[in-house]
Design a binder for this molecule. Sequence first.
Ligand code: PLP
Length: 424
Amino acid sequence: MSSSSAELFARAQKRIPGGVNSPVRAFRDLGGEPFFVERAEGSRVWTVDDRELIDYVGSWGPAILGHAHPKIVSAVCDAAQRGVSFGIPNPFEVELAELICAWMPAIEKVRMVNSGTEAAMSCLRLARGFTKRDIVIKFAGCYHGHADSLLVKAGSGALTHGQPDSAGVPKAIAEKTVVAPFNNIDAVRTAFRENNDQIACVILEPIPANAGLFFPREDFLHHLREESSRNGALLIFDEVMTGFRIARGGAQQLYGIQPDLTALGKVIGGGLPVGAFGGRVDIMDCLSPDGPVYQAGTLSGNPLAMAAGLAQLRELERINGWKLLEQLGADLAERIGDAFSKTALTFHRIGSMFCLFFTNGPVIDLDSARRSDTQRFAKFFHACLERGIYFAPSQFETNFISTAHSDADIEETARVVRETLAKL
Ligand SMILES: *Cc1c(COP(=O)(O)O)cnc(C)c1O
């Protein structure tokens, strides 16, 4: 009685907008149709059509230990047997909060939510409530989930008050967000000058990983820290992607920066729906019930989600996952390195995150990432998929290695990439 991906997608399209519950899953930039997953384990997913794939999407980041890790599965089962949700405080919430604060010292208090979107959205409200200011600075190409104030793109011109990046986002809200090019500190300084004493916060992905993957220039983050403090604005790191993936203390540890607030998600939930936000205690204490900034959630701190997150983070530390991930990433880069020299390609990697842009570098911001040849990317993607390697289904996404990827997986992947690029 099993259905094929094609049958399921036909049914899905009748009852789910676009047939998917998150747009990038629809493969719209690529042509072709998405496949459906029957099960996943370790580095592999098996489709309902009985295909086995080496997966570099990893649920878009959470699956840092690979799929269906036994420790996470058993933590979730154990918790479930004692009740799947209470809406009453449970011990796992305290343990995860303590662990997050210990690993990211800039977080003195933390609140759990159910997604990265909620985490970033709550950071914004808190920053506005704390500073009693309304304007937000964000960067083109940084994604922070789909809250109205953050679904904003740059207008024409280097630095403008934002335009809605989606129908349904009121212009009046978009105008409260100033969009600057990433890595451009002069634009940020101008924004502060032109909006004197009105800027509540600067929010960014310290390592942007939602428009492909690119990196902050040396000093950019330090300058942001300085400018924010000097102007009485909060600095918010959105580490939903990088948090606990890039290092035990996230990108803020790597670059030695203390943000005022941090948004987390993905890895901290072990694959269950979790987000969190935290930071300086004087700011966090503005949240209800202690303070005037309202924020709440029926399922926030859910015991299954907390148990899964704790199990994942503890296992990651136990095996020193970050070292292993760096080795696997370095191995992959080394094995495919010279395949990139021939054509217009730019390979970016940090630890277990990587992206192959189909353009000559340097890629330093959204504009340079957009020069990529998305048709060549689509060909590359489908050719790899046909040969059993599932990369992120868009040029403007990042791939993830998990600790479950074996040396043989990496070797096979490198072979497929080299051969595919040679024929492209
Ligand atoms: C994925 C992501 C989000 C949104 O998280 P959801 O759980 O999808 O709502 C926010 N910020 C960054 C940096 C992300 O990568």
